[in-house]
Design a protein around this ligand. Structure first.
Ligand code: TRP
Length: 72
């Protein structure tokens, strides 16, 4: 894939936001969970191992598709 150099940004708006990476391929499962506290920022990419990301908790998510908030 040629779009794996793109980054996305997640900024936590509360303590205990979880950024969960899901595996690429036919077996879709959680492989990593990163906990962010309020104000913490994670900058990440989609990779050979990660094809989807789930964000739990109040956060701002910035991607090449735009910026969105998880619901309050
Ligand atoms: N080792 C993981 C990978 O290379 C790290 C990772 C990349 C990740 N992007 C992520 C973990 C997004 C959680 C969410 O795929």
């Amino acid at each position: 894939m040629n779009n794996q150099n793109e980054f996305f940004v997640i900024k936590a708006k509360e303590n205990g936001v979880n950024v969960i990476g899901l595996t690429r391929g036919s077996d879709t499962r959680f492989h990593h969970s990163e906990k962010l506290d309020k104000g913490e920022v994670m900058i990440a990419q989609f990779t050979e191992h990660t094809s989807a990301v789930k964000v739990r908790g109040k956060a701002i998510i910035q991607t090449s598709h735009g910026t969105m908030d998880t619901e309050d």
